[in-house]
Ligand binder design. Structure first.
Ligand code: KG4
Ligand code: ZN
Length: 480
């Protein structure tokens, strides 16, 4: 086989990417507790969208358990990607791959990143590593989509996916894939693979290390690897965790215009970013401590409402009195910055005193002492304060920067009160994604990948790192 150097491989991938219209990008997202893959055309048109949520696994723990999240991603990532690609007619339709490589849980990011890197090499597609938080904003650019048929609810687990029905134990990958149908099936580009002493190609080698914990070359048999036995996989696989949806071609409006003011509010981030153009942005404000989604989740726990806290609080607040309790709003030296940990503590102290205890009373004992109407009043009062805090800042930022559009993004952007109050207090309409594109998904990753591909070269699939904590501004586009 012909040996191709790393530089030549990268040059080849870069030179392949010339189209700017009819570009279909496969997005892959695994940064937290959703395993997702989607195909988006020209950054705007949603063609297929698959999300496997782990919420029911983590809700038992009241929050995301990183090790469990990583393992659950590993179980379903290949079937999820396969389903998204099949939804557009197969790999020949895919022009490039975008993947969230930052920020997030490191073990979770690694699963998506390794999958994307491997597929980019095997399928000979350019690879765009993208920033998850920035990608949330790009859910607002998805304004069109084809109706998608519902996904069959018998999505195979990775084990089913990789093993033939006769084979009930893990074996090297090359013995167990379906040669024609498998998403990892080789194509013409594989002629350029490098042969290794084991007789396998470099790509096969890395695939085996990634996919097959028992591969003979995989010398690092850690406890985590040992525990990935078929029976575990079978037990933890639940097809009903899967949701699949498509957007109808019903004109959700035009894409946002620049300059664009973005409020990004999720479980890990709260920030206000002013976008002058794609890839050209400045951070106007950010949280000094907890993200607003995190505050929703923590307050829900104090009140005994189920995880995730955002939707639970929103539901409970519907029948609560938003003026029943008054909580302070943090004053920050930069008027666009936030702080939500004080609000969470204020709720905790007020609940403790409401049920007749002092600040030493454990928060875990509080839910059973609250009656339904107190619970709903606390939820409504907390939500009002959190929403007002966000809206006050956006209204002030709008007045100062006079953007042409205002968008909201991230899980908390699904909050109806936030949308209602912003719409009421801003002089221009706000843009927000459909609820399923507010929370983590891969369509937003694919959309950002498209706009990035217009301005920056693809990444190196052999050398793409994950970064669990880098901010959007530090991960700025390489606009050389
Ligand atoms: O964007 P996302 O899915 O994941 C992160 O990147 O963090 O956001 C999840 C966050 C959670 O904190 C969840 O409680 C919050 O979004 N959330 C909401 C609502 N739906 C989800 N917060 C307030 N109201 C909602 N309706
Ligand atoms: Zn997110």
């Amino acid at each position: 086989m012909k040996r191709v150097g790393k530089e030549q491989t990268i040059a080849k991938l870069r030179s392949r990417y010339v189209k700017i219209t009819d570009v279909k990008i496969l997005g892959i997202e695994t940064s937290c507790d959703e395993t997702a893959a989607a195909v988006v055309e020209d950054g705007r048109r949603l063609l297929s969208n698959v999300v496997q949520s782990q919420i029911d696994i983590h809700s038992a723990f009241g929050g995301v358990v990183p090790e469990v999240a990583a393992r659950s991603h590993l179980e379903v990532i290949l079937p999820v990607v396969d389903e998204a690609v099949k939804g557009v007619g197969g790999w020949n339709e895919i022009d490039a791959i975008a993947v969230a490589t930052m920020p997030g849980l490191v073990g979770s990011l690694l699963i998506g990143s390794l999958t994307a890197r491997t597929l980019a090499l095997i399928k000979n597609k350019p690879l765009y590593p993208v920033h998850h938080v920035e990608a949330h904003v790009y859910a607002n650019f998805i304004i069109d989509g084809k109706p998608c048929s519902p996904l069959p609810n018998d999505l195979p687990s990775v084990r089913d996916f990789c093993l033939s029905s006769q084979e009930k134990s893990l074996s090297p990958r090359r013995n167990c894939v379906q040669p024609q149908e498998d998403i990892l099936a080789t194509n013409e580009s594989d002629q350029n693979l490098v042969s290794t002493p084991s007789g396998m190609t470099d790509k096969e080698d890395s695939l085996n290390l990634f996919l097959n914990p028992l591969h003979e070359n995989a010398s690092m048999e850690t406890p985590e690897r040992q525990s990935l036995r078929p029976q575990d996989m079978e037990m933890s696989h639940r097809a009903d965790r899967l949701t699949y949806y498509g957007m109808r071609k019903n004109g959700l409006g035009n894409p946002p215009q620049f300059p664009m003011l973005a409020l990004i509010v999720s479980g890990g981030h709260s920030q206000i970013v002013l976008f002058h153009d794609h890839g050209d942005y400045q951070m106007i404000g950010q949280t000094a401590d907890d993200a607003v989604g995190e505050a929703f989740d923590k307050v829900a726990k104090i009140l005994g409402l189920p995880y995730p806290g955002g939707p639970s609080i929103a539901r409970a607040a519907k029948t609560g009195d938003p003026l029943a309790y008054t909580f302070p709003k943090a004053k920050m030296s930069n008027r666009y910055d936030f702080s939500f940990s004080g609000l969470k503590t204020a709720v905790l102290r007020t609940v403790q005193s409401e049920v007749g205890h002092d600040h030493t009373f454990p928060s875990t004992g509080l839910p059973e002492l609250l009656d339904e109407s107190q619970r709903h009043n606390f939820a409504a009062s907390f939500q009002r304060t959190a929403v007002e805090t966000l809206v006050d800042k956006i209204v002030a930022a709008y007045a100062e920067f006079q953007p042409k559009s205002v968008v909201i993004a991230g899980g908390v952007a699904a909050n109806q009160e936030l949308r209602r109050e912003l719409a009421e207090r801003l002089p221009i309409p706000i843009t927000y994604p459909t609820p399923e594109l507010c929370t983590d998904n891969a369509a937003m990753i694919a959309s950002l990948g498209y706009f990035m591909a217009q301005k920056v070269p693809p990444g190196d699939p052999l050398n793409t790192e994950v970064n669990p904590s880098i901010s959007m501004t530090l991960a700025a586009w390489n606009l050389s």
